[in-house]
Design a protein around this ligand. Sequence first.
Ligand code: SF4
Length: 375
Amino acid sequence: MSNSGMAFQQISEIRNQLRCLGARPAHEQRILRLWSQAKSQNSGSRPLESFMPAALRQALPELTDSLSNLLRLQSTHPAEDGSVRWLLALQDGQTVETVGLPRDGVCVSSQVGCAVGCVFCMTGKEGLIRQVGSAEIVAQVAFARLHRPVKKVVFMGMGEPAHNLDNVLEAIEVLGTVGNIGHKSLVFSTVGDSRVFERLPLGLVKPALALSLHSTRADLRAELLPRAPKMTPEELVEAAEIYAQQTGYPIQYQWTLLEGVNDTKEEIEGIVRLLKGKYALMNMIPYNSVDDLPFRRPSWERAAEIARTLHRQGILTKLRNSAGQDVEGGCGQLRARHLLAESSSNQRNLSKPLRTLVALEAPLHFVKAKPATFL
Ligand code: SF4
């Protein structure tokens, strides 16, 4: 836990604390702006005494400490493609992964673990451990900004943002206002949930939407994403298209290509049937094989052929690789390595086996997707 007397997980808690210290809305916005942009609270030419209440001014050092204590760097893993994976510890010792992406992007985690249980994702096998608070989400962006420029934030790290909607939307509102990220450059990535389609259009900040489709067959999709909400691919595309028309941004459909599973002629025809004429971009991401799971990555040639076929039929398609593949294969893996190391150490120190952790040896999150090959 933080040494500071102030401990937050939510932005609303920070706001409440500031109000108790006499902050007016302009002070609140200033503090959140400087924090989310990784700038010093003493920035600016005007002395704090000239505009900030004394109680708030005096509490600023402690507040700054509390905000920087939201996350602690555990390890850094740069990759050849220019991305970097950070394993970050939250105040309760749980860990999340945040990825600095090539071209000024950052991928943040919205949950520790995940309840959706996609069968090709080892992160999902962990189940949900806890929600990541809105302040902890913004802190991941602030952390990344200490190391590199950030102009785009994608919610494609560990977790399903739709299952932590209040926190994710609160973070999006801060990032899209005082956080200085363009609304279109905030990408909410989901397996699809009616609450998402109801709430995103109502927000002050409307993010772009990435929808993990993976199959056009309802039965196969239900097998691949067993605890995703029961919306058919047709219903998902219909709801997403309404949002695309409302916002003026295309929907980014995500498709993890699994050899012999969803790389078939039937699926290609299904994609054309569902997406032709829609305001959509299809991101095809060949799966990263993991020893413990029975899925295989199709060859790059096969993936390129599928993307070309779709493109010829009028579906704007990009073929992508997961960011930082050379590091550990995918999001969630660093956390698992960390847990395994802790597990081994506990076994050594306490002679108390934590056998369930062994199953986490090689987790993978599949939807992070940079860079792109344009076809
Ligand atoms: S792929 Fe994403 S949504 Fe599916 S289980 Fe993994 S973390 Fe959850």
